[in-house]
Design a protein around this ligand. Structure first.
Ligand code: SAH
Ligand code: SF4
Length: 361
């Protein structure tokens, strides 16, 4: 089988080339073609010696996961469904905004953590994505969207907030992050790459050591009793430990705050009293809040908080000078909103595979 070069970070590619008797600068040259130019055809890499190009054509490839379907939402959000084999699919979502283009990518097919309000969790865990499958989402999206007038790729920000828990696929996630940050890769600033975690405390410490990027933590509850129900990994790493890990993370983080995500569930975690409890809980952690109106999916008993409950909750946080944003539920019409990703995939895989690619709705 051919070696997929998207599976290597810079170090891995240099080692691979060394084993072929090639100099390290060849790895840099190749990375520039792959990531700066978005080229996947070795024959087109004109400044690489013909003999090496031939060798690469014979033994290697640059292959992203196969795209099963693309959908375009009325609000410009785009969703790609990627086939990762054995009836599994993951999703990547592109969200265009005036000043940036954000890609939300997946790290696992399914998720083992089973948060009670998450459709990915309801699918159970299937497998970790490879480095090529993670970085391939960005490669593919850039390839599709192209470059802007300044010659930059459309995607300026990456958030690992798609399917799966990135910190439970640690090594592959870190290799993919390195390719996003590497000057010969996508050259993104650490501040523009965000990992979202449900709170895998030891892995948060490793991330800080090995590859600090912006961090979002899925808090969702103001106390352990409720968080145990919503985010079951809380039983293993309770709030006291999680918040201490957040403080440690900030010692080396590219940003000086943690983004706390908080899903707004009607009558569950959205009262004014709970907002006050939350403020007290995070009093020692420099943070911002991102309130995410719950996105319903079939088989859930939760409901989205009412708009006035969300506004009241936000006001309590804002009055205490905690910057709070409420996430727009973008891409709703194509089920590309948070937590809906590939919610239907496992059941619908057979159907979607038979359908032609939908480019415009
Ligand atoms: N596993 C990681 C990252 C992926 S989930 C994590 O849990 O942080 C990205 C965000 O979407 C998390 O904050 C998650 O709690 C939230 N989310 C999951 N299901 C949701 C739903 N149905 N509605 C709104 N947000 C949801
Ligand atoms: Fe997994 Fe995140 Fe969903 Fe929880 S919210 S089940 S950690 S993907």
């Amino acid at each position: 089988m051919k070696q997929n070069l998207l599976d290597f970070d810079a170090h891995g590619l240099t080692t691979y080339f060394a084993e072929m008797g090639e100099k390290p600068f060849r790895a840099k040259q190749l990375m520039r073609w792959m990531y700066k130019e978005g080229e996947s055809d070795f024959a087109a890499m004109t400044d690489i010696a013909a003999s090496l190009r031939d060798k690469l054509t014979q033994y290697a490839c640059i292959a992203t996961p196969t795209i099963m379907r693309e959908e375009l939402s009325d609000d410009g959000t785009r969703k790609w469904l990627l086939d990762v084999g054995t009836g599994n699919a993951v999703e990547a979502v592109y969200i265009p905004e005036a000043t940036r283009g954000t890609l939300c990518i997946s790290s696992q097919a399914g998720c083992a953590l089973d948060c009670s309000f998450c459709s990915t969790g309801k699918q159970g865990f299937n497998r970790n994505l490879s480095v090529a499958e993670i970085i391939g989402q960005l490669w593919w999206a850039n390839h599709q969207l192209g470059k802007n007038a300044e010659g930059n790729w459309a995607i300026s920000n990456v958030v690992m907030m798609g399917m799966g828990e990135p910190l439970l696929n640690f090594d592959n996630t870190v290799s993919a992050l390195r390719l996003m940050l590497d000057d010969h890769g996508y050259g993104l600033s650490r501040r523009r790459v965000t990992v979202s975690t449900s709170g895998v405390v030891p892995a948060m410490d490793r991330l800080r050591e090995e590859c600090p990027v912006a961090l979002a933590v899925s808090l969702h509850a103001p106390n352990d009793a409720l968080r145990d129900v919503l985010v079951p990994i809380n039983k293993k790493y309770p709030l006291k430990d999680l918040l201490a890990a957040c403080t440690r993370y900030l010692e080396q983080a590219p940003r000086d705050f943690i983004t706390f995500e908080y899903v707004m569930l009607d009558g569950v975690n959205d009262s004014v009293q709970q907002a006050h409890e939350l403020l007290w809980l995070v009093r020692d952690v420099p943070c911002k809040f991102n309130l995410i109106p719950f996105n319903p999916f079939p088989q859930t008993h939760y409901r989205r908080s009412k708009p006035d409950a969300i506004a009241r909750f936000r006001d309590v946080l804002m009055q205490a000078n905690v910057v709070t944003t409420t996430r727009k539920t973008r891409g709703d019409d194509i089920a590309a909103a948070c937590g809906q990703l590939a919610g239907q995939v496992r059941d619908k895989t057979k159907r979607t595979m038979q359908r032609p690619v939908v480019l415009h709705r």
